[in-house]
Design a protein around this ligand. Sequence first.
Ligand code: SF4
Length: 214
Amino acid sequence: MGEVKKITIDMNEKALDQDLERYVARAMELGASNAKVVLADKIPVDERVTLKCQIPRCFGYGVGAQCPPNTLKPAELRDLLTKYTRAVFFIKDVPPDVIVRDKTTIKERVDAYQQLYKMVSEIESMAFYDGHYLAFGLAAGSCRHTFCGQLKDCQAMNGDKCRFSLVSRPSMEAVGIDVYKMVAQAGWDIYPIGSSATAQSVPKGTLAGIVIVQ
Ligand code: SF4
C-alpha cells in the first residue's frame, strides 16, 4: 500500500483523473487483458440480466449472500450509480477450455475467478486509501462457487460472518449490469458461453470486474 491520503471534503476529486489512470495500470499489472475508465452513467443496468439468473435457473441462484435474490437489486444499483461519476472497468481473458463447464478444468476455472476477485478488492482498496472512500467493486460469477464451493453452505446466509468478507463481492451481473453489452461498448471481444459451449466452439472466455470509484 502507498501513502494513505488525508480525507478531504471533495473526496480528493482533484486527484481523481490521475488516480483512475493508476487503477487502470494496476489492473493491467494484476493480469487484466484490458482496462479502462468509464462514466458511471454509461454503465448498462437491466432487470433482464438478473431475470437470466432464474431462467434457466443458475446453480448459484438463492444459495449465496452475494447472489440474487439476496443482493442489491438492479433498481437500487441504478439509483446508487446516479451518485457516482466514474469507474474502472476491466476484463481478464481465459482460455476456452478453462471457461467451459468441464470437470477436468475446475481448478483452473476457480483460480481464474479468484484472481479476478482479488483484482477487484485490491483496486477498491487503493481507491479507499486514496480518499475515494465510497468506492465499491463488483466481480464475476458467484463467490459461493469461487470461494466456498467445497463447503456445505454460505456462512453469511446463516447469519454468520462471510468466510471471505474482504474479497467476496457480488458479481456485476448479479446486480443487473449487462456485462456482455458493456464489454462490447468498450470495444473488446466477448462471446456468449452457456452450458452447451465447448472449448472448440469459443475463441476465449472473458471475466469482467469493475470498481465504481467516485
Ligand atoms: S460465506 Fe462464502 S458464499 Fe457466503 S458470501 Fe462469503 S464467500 Fe460468498
